[in-house]
Ligand binder design. Structure first.
Ligand code: COA
Length: 160
């Protein structure tokens, strides 16, 4: 896995076409496509997506957003954290370590991370050191958010 490169994905027709192979293709991608078509965003704009290419194929991707500490309900002390979502490895490439490479890349920012896991992926997140968050933001209700704490960071104590 040493030679595997994680790249920030630029928004262009080529990337958006490759996104169609992922199960979690949805509104976010469709909006990017419309914005590109309507020249609301420029070709090759920066996107929140990071991915891994195998030859010409995009085989794994995730989206990472930084949330400002004023909206942090999870961590102690309050701080900027990352929301990780749409982590997905294409079926033929699963269980080869690519998911872990993307998660390690997210951890390398040394910020806490929050994710809303897909059903059936809890074993994977447990291995990655994620724990169940006690707090659920209103829009996360029923999502069972998981968090990862870098050294020196604790979960906020909801009782106080
Ligand atoms: N349950 C339990 N453990 C899992 C797992 C799962 N669903 N998926 C991976 N793991 C384990 C691997 O065995 C590996 O353990 P090891 O270090 O002891 O060998 C470790 O987690 C890292 O796995 P990795 O090869 O990096 O996983 P991946 O590249 O396949 O990425 C997902 C993991 C979940 C992101 C990827 O499989 C995916 O996108 N799946 C899509 C559908 C889905 O959510 N499936 C869940 C199972 S139905």
């Amino acid at each position: 896995m040493e030679n595997v490169k994680v790249e920030n994905l630029l928004i262009n027709y080529k990337t958006l076409e490759k996104f169609k192979r992922f199960r979690e293709y949805g509104n976010q991608e469709l909006t990017m496509m419309e914005d590109l078509e309507n020249n609301i965003i420029e070709n090759d704009s920066k996107s929140p997506f990071y991915g891994i290419y195998f030859g010409n194929n995009l085989i794994a991707r995730m989206s990472l957003y930084e949330v400002s500490k004023q909206y942090d309900y999870y961590f102690e002390p309050s701080q900027d954290y990352l929301t990780l979502w749409k982590l997905e490895v294409l079926p033929d490439y699963q269980n080869k370590g690519y998911g872990e490479v993307l998660v390690n890349f997210a951890k390398s920012f040394e910020l806490p991370i929050k994710t809303n896991p897909r059903i059936n992926s809890h074993g994977f997140w447990g291995k990655m050191g994620f724990i169940k968050a006690h707090y659920e933001m209103e829009r996360d209700l029923g999502e069972n958010p998981l968090i990862w704490l870098p050294e020196g960071v604790k979960e906020k104590d909801m009782k106080s």
